[in-house]
Design a protein around this ligand. Sequence first.
Ligand code: PEP
Ligand code: MG
Length: 325
Amino acid sequence: RQRQLRDLVDLPSRTRDGVSIKIMANLELSEDVQVARAAGADGVGLYRTEFLYMNRDDLPNEEEHLTNYIEILEGLDGIPITIRTLDLGMDKRTGAMADPSGGATNPALGLRAIRLCLKEIELFRPQLRAILRASALGSVRLMLPLVTNLHEVETVLDLIGEIKRELDADGLDYDPQMQIGAMIEVPGAALAARPIARRLDFLSIGTNDLIQYTLAIDRLDDAVNYLFDPTHPAILRLIRIIIEAGAAEGVSVSMCGEMASDPRFTRLLLGMGLREFSMQPGAILNIKETVLNADTQDLSARAEFLFAHLDDADPSLLLDALNAD
Ligand code: PEP
Ligand code: MG
């Protein structure tokens, strides 16, 4: 089986009916680049940059960010990368800030990710400058975590505009067309995704947080993880809304949460119109095998059937039916 999967590395990710699918890697450390390449990833759909901040007492400066991004771009050898801006807070800490959420009783609902970055602009600015500078050297997209509303998006777009003018003044290169997107992982942002999509170049569905916030279950609390269910009808409906918002606004939608790496959901997601998946590198070939055997026309009809019966049948049985031959 392993040998068979390895044979898939160089095949294009295309369904039986000829639809191209992007199967990308999630990276947390620059060292993982080689693993992603070896699995034949079509790109990096999520580069988590938190580790640059962890286990240290000061903050990384622009040059440090840039050095790290250049190192990764060199390892990627031309395939595109989506760099996610800092998602600090909740469980992710740095020695340079005692507690990013300021001792909040509920840090998952507090100052985290883009909220923290917009409050502490000096934390954010060096990373934005470095990502822009990296965009001059390879295929780089910038992605914002935990976006809740349009105002946050517009504030970041203004800030990026300002930084581009600074870089011009400093005589530093960047790609003026660098794509900017948002992770949709807050239920309210999913329900209001269209205007967000309209202002951006892409969306990416973060199911880990989307499930946490929609089903009110702390993703770090083992006592409630039995409730963590990607097939909950509310989750499936939210995912569908996000995919439809992207299609309506003509922007691409990917999924970079764990759900994208589980082959049990691949056929359903294809049937719902998802065309880009990003996952831990170890899952890539398994998902690719499912994609190569899939027919999107057939799956689209099956997904319609599943949604039509979502309120009168057990979703996991509907999913089994969708996955049956
Ligand atoms: C997610 O929330 O699904 C996600 C991909 O981001 P993270 O797991 O880093 O919060
Ligand atoms: Mg998340």
